[in-house]
Design a protein around this ligand. Structure first.
Ligand SMILES: [Fe+2]
Ligand SMILES: [Fe+2]
Length: 476
């Protein structure tokens, strides 16, 4: 379905046919633009950014590329095509027709799920708003802004659902999404990871890799929802999310690549003196961001998760591809938890272990990406490996909260944790060092000392293409 760009709010949901909804969203729009002006990328709002814009939601005509000033980006409402005869594929309502309206008894829960997802979108834009000033290249600057405008659009996606299906309390929630602020003591964003700072570009790439990947798994399980408008919204969001994950994984990969190059050139593990980031520091950033992101999946055992599933609201990752009864009343799932100083495995009812099931899908994905990073090191001829820490490492939610687990999965006493934690997560000195490398590089085709150029440009453009043009004088 092509997207109608002739209206004030671009959309493929025939918004013009629903005047009330159209007016409500048009009333929300100025608040969004004001939020973007205040909390979106600083310094670069007047620049021409080589952005992609969705033209239709099918696989062929997804995007067109061209220079856009970010405040002029056409944020809008795009749902994936409806699937003919789609039925609810899991839970108590398995096999029944999908819902085109919110089922009354699940209204509160659905609203909460949508608000929680929606809140992460503007939060990440807020977390990243200072990064432009220290960009390692115009290519990276453009990618950051592409991710930012799309997170803004994901907010639109959730706000559309709130306005279209939840009446007055939906509109109030939509307004509140513009009022919370990442890291604000009085009115913070809902989830912990979205109140952390993203102080430097290594953190940013790690965030896009590990934390956006949590988003992929949350969206994928909501894309299974029996509430069809939510499923279709999430399906299209996932196509945008793929680029965010690419930015994260390839960003970290390029840092690793540059580090390896310096290690070989100077025959040392300590490349910080040559303007690179030691693998040991990269490992600590991995430990930090991976553990923060694991918490986003929630407690291993959760009756809420069971209820969402049984009600047909939130499925598993690739629910329909799984060969089981899709109701899980009799099934069990193996879960790790600490017990008397050891980590033990137990069989739990599969329904209450659904957060852990989703976390396992995520961990598998992270392991595959880690193998690709290690391949970069191996192909450079170096005998080192990066690792993902144990799932119990540095957790603050669930079975492992308050338990001191080493990256290797050993439970230790609090005092020992305190003594050794600087071996595992970035120290202040290391963060300061990484921050000291963050000098802006804005000449086309140039890259900062600590990161390798990408293999290819965006949309077949050369690496020295002017991905962001008309930079303000102070950034040149
Ligand atoms: Fe998003
Ligand atoms: Fe994202």
């Amino acid at each position: 379905m092509p997207i109608n760009y002739s209206e004030r709010i671009p959309n493929n949901v025939n918004l013009a046919d629903d005047r009330r909804l159209q007016r409500a969203l048009e009333a929300w729009q100025p608040g969004f633009l004001q939020w973007w002006g205040e909390m979106g990328p600083e310094t670069f709002q007047g620049c021409d950014v080589y952005l992609r814009t969705a033209t239709s939601t099918d696989a062929q005509g997804w995007a067109q590329f061209g220079y856009v000033k970010m405040p002029d980006y056409r944020w809008g409402i795009f749902l994936a095509e409806p699937q003919p005869d789609r039925r609810i594929s899991f839970g108590e309502h398995k096999g029944e027709a999908i819902w085109r309206e919110v089922p009354g008894e699940h209204r509160g829960v659905l609203r909460r799920l949508i608000v929680t997802q929606g809140d992460t979108e503007p939060a990440s834009v807020e977390q990243q708003r200072h990064l432009g000033r220290t960009c390692p290249s115009l290519y990276d600057l453009r990618n950051l802004f592409q991710v930012n405008v799309e997170e803004g659009r994901h907010l639109w996606a959730m706000v559309y659902l709130l306005h279209a299906y939840f009446g007055r309390d939906g509109r109030e929630e939509a307004d509140a999404l513009l009022l919370r602020r990442s890291g604000n003591a009085d009115n913070p964003r809902i989830l912990g990871a979205f109140n952390e700072k993203t102080p430097d570009w290594l953190s940013y790439f790690m965030f896009a890799h590990f934390t956006d990947r949590d988003g992929k798994y949350q969206l994928a399980s909501l894309a299974e929802s029996g509430f069809d408008p939510l499923a279709r919204t999430c399906r299209f969001m996932l196509t945008e999310e793929a680029h965010h994950l690419f930015v994260g994984e390839s960003g970290v990969g390029r840092v690793i690549s540059r580090t390896c190059q310096l290690m070989k050139e100077h025959n040392t593990d300590i490349v910080s003196v040559y303007g690179g980031i030691d693998l040991a520091i990269i490992q600590k950033y991995i430990n930090f961001h991976y553990s923060v992101s694991l918490d986003l999946f929630g407690s291993e055992l959760s009756t809420n998760a069971a209820n969402y599933y049984s009600a047909g609201l939130k499925g598993r990752f690739k629910e329909t591809d799984r060969a089981d009864d899709h109701q899980l009343k009799q099934s069990t799932y193996s879960v790790l938890s600490p017990e008397n100083g050891a980590i033990v495995q137990s069989e739990q009812p599969a329904l209450i272990a659904l957060n852990e099931t989703l976390r396992d899908s995520y961990i598998g994905d992270c392991e595959r990406a880690l193998a690709r990073w290690n391949k970069i090191i191996r192909e450079a001829g170096l005998g080192l490996e990066l690792k993902l820490p144990h799932r119990g490492f540095r957790r603050s939610i669930g079975e492992f909260a308050g338990v001191n687990v080493t990256p290797d999965g050993e439970i230790i006493a609090a005092a020992e944790w305190e003594r050794r934690k600087s071996d595992w997560i970035p120290t202040q000195a290391e963060r300061t060092f990484v921050a000291s490398l963050m000098k802006p590089v804005t000449a086309p085709g140039q890259f900062a000392s600590w990161i390798a150029p990408p293999v290819r440009g965006i949309n077949h453009q050369a690496l020295d293409f002017e991905y962001v043009a008309a930079l303000p004088a102070e950034t040149n």
